[in-house]
Design a protein around this ligand. Structure first.
Ligand code: ATP
Ligand code: MG
Length: 273
């Protein structure tokens, strides 16, 4: 089985996160994997170049995870080689007052990718059925209706030629403790630590339930979820680079036909000294 399909959630299945591995790298040759990651990032850059030139399709990559899972470093590692002009990263934080005064998709829709582009959502509209549910930011009768709204929204994007890939970085609770501890002990990481990280961690089980529901209910053939083992960075980056590469390969972007006949354009060019 290839890596991309190994971690893709079967549509219609009920997800139990305790049965998905947070570390699947035992017995895997790290050097070999890192070489493959390197090859994937180069391939992603070439494919993105064609996607950008063709300006027909777009890609939306949604990244969701508990705190300190490594979303930021994954983005750096997987997309570090692509032309920044064709990739937009949006990090969704707590909604502003203006954002809260609108429906939950209002702030999201403005950041979906234009043709030829890749948009990366570092957190996303899924927060509105995760933190909004766990922290009671809105009542159940409101958040419970959002799953269908999300499915319809994503279907609309797909109909508009956007390919959607949703990735849950599956981190173990023990590994999160280590990473949050590093944020407190390493002065170069102190800035990442937020008081909210502790209260979010204290609600770990409620978050797992909310993630399970979101992944199970909003997992479709056109906008699938992947659950990626995240405890080891080099393996996580490898798996995500495989998923992104496979997605771009399935789009199979091509350089478009020239807008003018190159031979006659060359003649015109030569006439001008
Ligand atoms: P890290 O994984 O490194 O901790 P992060 O993605 O948590 O990074 P932060 O700036 O620490 O980034 O936090 C963003 C915060 O915004 C998160 O606590 C998240 O739950 C919150 N947030 C995002 N979207 C919403 C939303 N729709 N409603 C409420 N809170 C939200
Ligand atoms: Mg955080």
């Amino acid at each position: 089985m290839n890596i991309e399909s190994k971690y893709r959630v079967e549509p219609g299945s009920e997800v139990d996160l305790s049965t998905w591995k947070t570390d699947d790298a035992d017995g895997v040759d790290r050097d070999q994997i890192e070489a493959q990651t390197e090859a994937n990032t180069l391939a992603i850059s070439e494919l993105q170049h064609k996607l950008y030139a063709q300006q027909q399709r777009s890609v939306l990559i949604v990244l969701q995870a508990m705190d300190a899972a490594g979303k930021d470093s994954t983005i750096r590692r997987v997309f570090g080689r692509v032309n920044p002009q064709g990739v937009q990263v949006t990090s969704f934080k707590r909604p502003t007052e203006d954002e809260r005064a609108h429906d939950f998709l209002w702030r999201i829709h403005q950041h979906t990718p234009r043709r030829g582009h890749i948009a990366i959502f570092n957190r996303s509209h899924y927060e509105d059925v995760l933190v909004a549910r766990v922290d009671d930011l809105v009542k159940k009768d409101r958040w419970s209706k959002r799953y269908d709204i999300i499915n319809g929204f994503e279907q609309g994007l797909v109909n508009g030629d956007t390919e959607i890939v949703k990735i849950y970085l599956h981190l173990s609770k023990d590994r999160q403790k280590q990473k949050l501890t590093q944020r407190l002990t390493d002065p170069t990481k102190n800035w990442k630590f937020e008081a909210g990280d502790i209260s979010t961690r204290s609600k770990w089980d409620q978050y797992m339930t909310a993630y399970q529901d979101a992944i199970s209910i909003c997992n479709t053939n056109h906008a699938p979820w992947y659950i990626v083992p995240t405890d080891r960075k080099w393996y996580r980056v490898f798996v995500i680079s495989e998923i992104v590469r496979a997605t771009l390969e399935s789009i199979n972007p091509q350089f478009p036909d020239p807008k003018l006949d190159p031979a006659s354009a060359m003649k015109l060019l030569e006439q001008i000294t």
